[in-house]
Design a protein around this ligand. Structure first.
Ligand code: ADP
Ligand code: GLC
Length: 489
């Protein structure tokens, strides 16, 4: 099967979060199963292209035309990469916005990505299925079913739309519709209208053949008022066309046996290297080596409300009464950067903080920490807790979304379980859970069992890629049936 991925970010070219990891690893896995995959991304600053495929596409955006090029980046691990090349839109410092907020022309930028994807399919690489990711690619199904509804070259194309995070919806004033080159009649409650605004994510939910999200639990949660971010009704209305498929991880990049970013490799059989990694991690964060004897909690995250760090703020002084140390890597909202920086200042011998995006340090934390903390308010899937399992670093997580699906609570009586979970979204629950992990850590034998249980888990992409293939087939079938029904009324 030929599958075209359309995404606003993807490794090895661009990344702000887990979406980029998914858009790199899932295509590779599909290629290994014998499928042909092309990935279309915006050409951001620094992205190298190898040739121009189409020098100029004509994309109507409102009263203007734009003329982006399509460039080919190359083939990596069997996956072909193409860019929508429009320097004025994408050759910028960041992907989605800067210090002053989101880029104001985001509706046009990502309308261009989506329209260009359809033209790319028509003119260069016709797929059997389109797989679109997040609100930035949501206009692919919207345009296919409206503007392109009478274009026989593409109107049959099945679309899978994957929601990686309902918290980001592409919500704009009504004027965005014209700016994005969309017809005014899409401003309807059964289309893109959302409480007087234009909601691009909603378009993806309504017009795609299947909606997927990145864990089973989040697929249920997103249909409730608590987690649905106002779109729960729309999602529920899609019935069994909403499917949860757990993300896998790329163990080629995230395994302690082969990781080139850490000072010593190790495996479940020979764990000695992990202690060297801990020593190196403490040095990286300028923490004294007496912390070697204490449980070291690692954090790697975007610093945003979703990730639950306000719970740490609630109980910071209680938490620091425990005999533990913390290393935190992340950046984002100023209030959380400040929270961690202040903790670092107050406890300089036990709390190390780096406000940055740093992939090497992220790997060092996975390997060198004893526990990995993710107290998320909600988490569609979460990748770091899955990486942690492989590195023998016990996850301490809130039982939500993918965190709940991937971490099994440790039970001292049975010796089963891979980490520690709490339900209630409050600081006391987090504290209780950390204390539970600390108690297990003090018992060397128990701790080793938890590490071994986690390291033995397999969250590679193979199984999940197979589930996507089934869905691609189902979407193709559904389109064939619809076409048959419309030609035999
Ligand atoms: P999300 O996509 O919501 O940010 P995930 O857990 O799915 O959460 O994925 C986060 C990805 O981004 C992981 O690969 C993680 O290692 C990486 N990451 C997040 N913050 C940083 C950072 N400050 N430095 C390096 N890598 C980071
Ligand atoms: C989102 C979610 C995260 C998920 C990632 C990849 O950014 O916040 O939970 O793992 O997408 O699907």
């Amino acid at each position: 099967m030929k599958i075209l991925f359309v995404s606003p970010e993807g490794l090895p070219f661009s990344k702000t979060g887990g979406l980029a990891d998914v858009v790199e690893a899932l295509p590779r896995s599909l290629v290994a199963m014998g499928h042909q995959i092309a990935v279309l991304l915006p050409r951001y600053r620094g992205n190298q292209a190898s040739r121009t495929v189409l020098p100029s596409l004509s994309i109507p955006l409102g009263h203007r035309m734009r003329f982006p090029a399509i460039a080919e980046a190359g083939t990596f691990e069997g996956v072909r990469y193409f860019f929508v090349d429009d320097p004025a839109y994408f050759d910028r410092e960041k992907l989605y916005g800067d210090q002053s907020g989101d880029y104001p022309d985001n509706p046009q930028r990502f309308a261009e990505l989506s329209r260009a994807a359809i033209e790319f399919a028509k003119q260069v690489w016709m797929p059997d299925v389109m797989h679109c990711h997040d609100w930035q690619a949501a206009l692919v199904p919207v345009c296919l079913r409206t503007i392109y509804a009478h274009d026989a070259a593409v109107n049959h194309l099945p679309v899978i739309f994957t929601v990686h995070n309902l918290g980001y919806q592409g919500l704009f004033p009504r004027t965005a519709l014209a700016l994005a080159g969309l017809p005014e009649d899409l401003f309807r409650t059964d289309a893109l209208e959302y409480y007087g605004k234009v909601n691009l994510l909603k378009g993806g939910l309504v017009f795609s053949d299947y909606v997927t999200t990145v864990s089973r639990k989040y697929a249920q949660e997103m249909q409730t008022a608590e987690f649905g971010c106002g779109l729960e009704g729309v999602i529920r209305s899609r019935g069994n066309r909403v499917v949860g498929i757990l993300n896998g991880v790329d163990y080629a990049a995230w395994s302690p046996e082969t990781d080139t970013n850490i000072v010593a490799t190790y495996s479940a059989k020979v764990m000695d290297g992990k202690r060297l990694c801990k020593k190196d991690l403490l040095a990286t964060f300028h923490l004294p080596s007496d912390n070697l004897g204490r449980p070291l909690i690692g954090i790697v995250s975007r610093f945003v409300d979703q990730k639950g760090f306000d719970l740490i703020a609630q109980v910071a002084s209680e938490l620091m009464k425990e005999d533990l140390a913390i290393v935190a890597l992340g950046n984002g909202d100023a209030k959380y950067e400040k929270l961690f920086q202040e903790l670092g200042k107050k406890y300089p011998a036990r709390v190390g903080v780096k406000i940055a995006y740093d992939n090497i340090v992220a790997h060092k934390i996975e390997a060198g920490a004893d526990m990995f903390l993710m107290p998320s308010r909600y988490e569609p899937c979460g990748l770091n807790q899955i990486y942690s399992l492989r590195y023998g670093t016990a996850p301490v997580v809130r039982a939500t979304g993918g965190l709940d699906d991937t971490v099994e609570p440790y039970d001292a009586r049975t010796g089963k379980g891979t980490g520690f979970k709490f339900e209630q979204y409050d600081g006391a629950a987090l504290l209780g859970c950390v204390r539970q992990a600390m108690a297990a850590y003090r018992d060397l034998k128990q701790w080793r069992t938890i590490q071994m249980n986690g390291m033995a888990k397999d969250f590679s992409w193979k199984a999940s890629a197979g589930e996507y293939v089934k869905l691609y087939d189902a979407a193709r079938q559904a389109r064939v049936q619809m076409a048959a029904a419309s030609s035999n009324p």
